[in-house]
Design a protein around this ligand. Structure first.
Ligand code: ZN
Length: 176
């Protein structure tokens, strides 16, 4: 178990473009395991290696959606690993989610992205996978692939909204 330090804006490391993983070996699987520890510890639903200063194209996601109803309702862990993920196609139809990011603590903004996407990636065994995503999963994967390219969700909103959000973050940090 290793909880890694998460880079926060404006750390320049968040702007790095990550390199493809050449071989999915034990060292990559250790990174994946540490990334899950870090993501769950921070109560996130996704994390890109870029956010923990590892410049490799690795993403972990677990939406931890609630299953069951009433008193039986509880979030269920479904850890998903995406190595060298790429978008094969995206829908013309867009959807809006209030996105947040572990690298921009406690700040949220509506971001418009393609509602559905088809992606390809390598799993933890290095086997190529392909799949169609929609809903929050489509948004989460696109958000995390952005990280691998040095792009943050605040890059998708207007300068006015971005400035306001950064001001709120600065204020929050000063308040401790
Ligand atoms: Zn993020």
């Amino acid at each position: 178990m290793a909880v890694l330090e998460i880079l926060e804006v404006p750390h320049p490391g968040l702007r790095a473009v990550a390199k493809p993983v050449a071989t999915v070996d034990d060292s990559v699987r250790t990174i994946v395991s540490d990334m899950f520890d870090t993501m769950y510890d921070a109560r996130g639903i996704g994390l890109a290696a870029t956010q923990v200063a590892i410049e490799q194209r690795i993403v972990v996601i677990d939406l931890q959606e609630t299953e069951g109803e009433g008193e039986d309702a509880k979030p269920v862990r479904k850890p998903l690993v995406f190595i060298n993920p790429e978008l094969l196609s995206v829908s013309d139809e867009l959807s809006v989610y209030a996105e947040g990011c572990l690298s921009i603590p406690e700040q949220y903004a509506d971001v418009e992205r393609p509602a559905r996407c088809r992606a390809a990636w390598l799993d933890e065994q290095g086997v190529r996978q392909e799949g169609d995503m929609d809903g929050l999963m489509a948004t989460a994967l696109q958000h995390e692939i952005d990280h691998l390219n040095g792009v943050l969700f605040i890059d998708h909103i207007s300068k006015l909204k971005r400035d306001m959000l950064m001001k709120k973050l600065t204020k929050m940090r000063k308040a401790g």
